[in-house]
Design a binder for this molecule. Sequence first.
Ligand code: 13P
Length: 284
Amino acid sequence: MFIVSTRQMLLDAQKNKYAVPAFNIHNLETAQVVIEAANEMKSPVILAATPGTIKFAGKDYLQSIVEIGSKKSKVPMAFHLDHHEEFKAIKESIDIGCKSVMIDASKYSFEENIEIVKSVVEYAHRFDVTVEAELGKLVGQEDDLVVEEKDSQLTNPKLAKIFVERTGIDSLAVAIGTAHGLYKSEPKLDYDRLNEIRNLVDIPLVLHGASGVPEESVKKCIGFGICKVNIATELKIPFSNAIKEYFKENPDANDPRKYFIPAKLAMKKVVVDKILMCKSNNRV
Ligand code: 13P
């Protein structure tokens, strides 16, 4: 196959009431885990990279890794820019073949958010690139993006309808009580709000901050119209814990070809579980 935009993927998920998982990757090894698991599970998949990851690994390296992975794959695969705030960085990635982007202008006023998102949509759609944007603000930390509790804001359904109509985006990230990073206690999700948004907005809806959200809650969100589920933190933990464990047992070890093996296996288990949670397995 080849890299695709998220348009068809998400529309199929919306029609058939499942969600496409979007896994944050950081390097070759984490991308390989996601690609391998998605193929084994016959699941469409999105590999996502934040600006921090792009800075760490390089947009061209990451784009190429996913492109090669998609050529070897039998499942639809998208490389997606997660939480990008700068038009310039988005444009540079589109120019080298990225087909799916998120412009996150949620820290600005409603009108400013609309104007920024509109300009990205205008550019991206010329190249058949899909655009996700966010209305409302999730509490927590995703790389360099930090939102304090006092600044967080749930999505207003009526404004969501206006936002979608005026921006022309392809998918909408909603704030309904999830958070980026780990939770101190079980999150209370606002299903009524999600349902109201779903009734007013017909494009695919995206759930950020899915790490640590109980499986049943995510499934309920999918029932209420979530078509893309973002997972980052819950993959980093098993990957790094397995490496810590490996060095505890092998204090003199120094070979990444060895210590990455248990890390990849531990991460893969979680990727498989999340695919099952999203009910995206056996879709291709
Ligand atoms: P978590 O790190 O909480 O899984 O959030 C991931 C996310 O929403 C990426 O955009």
